[in-house]
Design a protein around this ligand. Structure first.
Ligand code: MF3
Ligand code: CO
Length: 242
């Protein structure tokens, strides 16, 4: 788990250096895939199937502005002032890693910068609740309360998840909920916690490509994700470079 999640972090560090105005999102996808293969790992999203959608074509998800998650990399060119959410999944030796960040492209408006800051902080507010003895929805409620107090909304249709021998395992880790409910957390459990925060309504819709999730009101959205080990104390973040 440490290895696969470290590779996820390496990919996001690499993309950070290349997510600049004038770049096409498919170029970032190619960079990511090349790095993943160089580490003898497999891009876990590529070919991923869910419901009636076609197999996911990318190694990363690249979601711009009003795209919440699952944006398909393509010829779209990043512009100054955009935000880009990149999500990457790794399979190394049958163990999975998963992480996401939202990058500013060049200089962004102060209110969008605030959206990024609040979403990133919401992730850490959630991670602080990922300790043995707590329950899953303690994480959820902490994220929801923090985000809504900041004047934003949390997406309901997509959730965080357990992760391990599969990309998506039990339990679901929603970004909204009621404290003291949900599965009891125990030492050693690994969770992918991933707040998706909308600047307007929490409502979303699916684009015609069958994958891209869009905000219903067209306003920008941000996404940060870490995979963490639940501990009897502070959770251990796996999606970082040691
Ligand atoms: N990254 C998503 C998650 O964190 C899953 C994306 S699946 C894909 O759960 F097929 F769209 F890549
Ligand atoms: Co995930």
């Amino acid at each position: 788990m440490r290895e696969s999640n470290r590779i996820a972090c390496e990919v996001l560090d690499l993309i950070e250096q290349h997510a600049k105005p004038g770049v096409e999102t498919i170029e970032l996808d190619r960079l990511a895939e090349k790095h993943i293969r160089s580490r003898d790992a497999i891009p876990a999203f590529k070919g991923y199937r869910q419901g009636n959608s076609p197999p996911y074509p990318g190694s990363i998800c690249a979601s711009v502005n009003n795209e919440v998650v699952h944006g398909i990399p393509g010829e779209r060119i990043l512009n100054e002032g955009d935000i880009l959410s990149v999500d990457v999944g790794i399979n190394k030796n049958g163990f999975f890693g998963d992480s996401a960040r939202t990058y500013p492209i060049g200089t962004i408006a102060p209110e969008i910068e605030r959206l990024l800051k609040v979403t990133r902080k919401a992730l850490f507010v959630g991670i602080a609740e990922a300790r043995s003895g707590n329950r899953v929805h303690d994480i959820s409620a902490a994220i929801q309360e923090y985000v809504e107090a900041a004047g934003y909304s949390v997406v309901r249709e997509l959730v965080g998840h357990g992760i391990g021998r599969s990309l998506h395992e039990e339990p679901a880790v929603p970004n909204y909920g009621k404290r003291g409910t949900g599965m009891k957390l125990v030492d050693g459990m690994v969770l992918a916690i991933e707040p998706m925060v909308n600047s307007g309504t929490f409502r979303v819709k699916v684009a015609k490509d069958g994958w891209t999730i869009l905000t219903a009101d067209g306003k920008p959205s941000a996404h940060y994700e870490h995979s963490v080990i639940v501990r009897n104390g502070d959770a251990e973040i796996l999606t970082k470079v040691a």
